[in-house]
Design a protein around this ligand. Structure first.
Ligand SMILES: O=P(O)(O)OC[C@H]1O[C@H](OP(=O)(O)OP(=O)(O)O)[C@H](O)[C@@H]1O
Ligand SMILES: O=c1cc[nH]c(=O)[nH]1
Ligand SMILES: [Mg+2]
Length: 209
């Protein structure tokens, strides 16, 4: 699939194994999710354009490069997407953060919206939707649809772990969206959980359950 990018850097894969381990407690889980999000941000921003700038080093004038004026927005899907925000802001500190609150109904597995607060100029920004888990794809698809309804056009999706079903679902509804993941797992189980996955990302981040 042309718009699926699997980020297989050794540091990302090593940390993802620790995140998956059921014996990793909430504090380490949070730290690792933040670190992996930061490492993934490095790849997700690879296509940012550069412009020449003139600077004076202690030795000479130089023509060098800086990121050109695109504005960036991060859009975590609540709750679990919050765990990835701080790591991404370490690399993209000028980004504004919008929040979309969705939970997945445990019976129907359909997303239910409960919150949406976005930067006012969302249509001018390059948006990165973030959520650790892409399972059926319902939540990510719904979040991207909200953003498009509010005028956003340039949207990427970044998740730690995806199920093949979720990648296909997002690609079917939003073929214009590039999807960045650290791993595509085997399948979903009968409760809609990714196998082998990491369990419930929100519960593991925040110690609920
Ligand atoms: O691809 P889907 O089938 O929609 O599932 C993925 C969604 O499920 C999880 O959220 P959850 O509903 O558990 O909410 P939470 O983050 O508040 O725990 C996860 O963080 C995604 O948002
Ligand atoms: O495996 C899954 C699927 C949905 N949400 C999670 O947190 N984990
Ligand atoms: Mg959850």
């Amino acid at each position: 699939m042309a718009n699926l990018h699997i980020l297989d850097h050794p540091l990302i894969q090593h940390k993802l194994s620790l995140i998956r381990d059921k014996n990793t407690g909430s504090k380490d889980f949070r730290d690792l999710v933040e670190e992996v999000a930061m490492l993934m941000a490095y790849e997700v921003t690879r296509d940012f354009s550069l412009q020449d700038v003139e600077i004076e080093t202690p030795v000479a004038m130089a023509t060098t490069k800086m990121i050109s004026g695109r504005k960036v927005g991060l859009v975590p899907i609540l709750r679990a997407g919050l765990g990835m925000v701080a790591g991404m802001l370490r690399l993209i500190p000028a980004a504004k953060v919008g929040h979309v609150g969705l939970y997945r109904d445990p019976e129907t597995l359909k997303p239910v919206e409960y919150y949406c607060k976005l930067p006012p100029d969302v249509e001018e920004r390059d948006l990165i939707v973030i959520d650790p888990m892409l399972a059926t794809g319902g939540s990510a698809s719904a979040a991207i649809t909200f953003l498009k309804q509010r005028g956003a056009r340039n949207i990427k999706l970044m998740c730690l772990i995806a199920a093949p079903e979720g990648v296909e679902a997002v690609d079917r509804v939003h073929p214009d969206v590039d999807i960045f993941v650290a791993a595509v797992d085997k399948h979903l189980n009968e409760h809609g959980y990714i196998v082998p996955g990491l369990g419930d990302a929100g519960d593991r981040l925040f110690g609920t359950k």
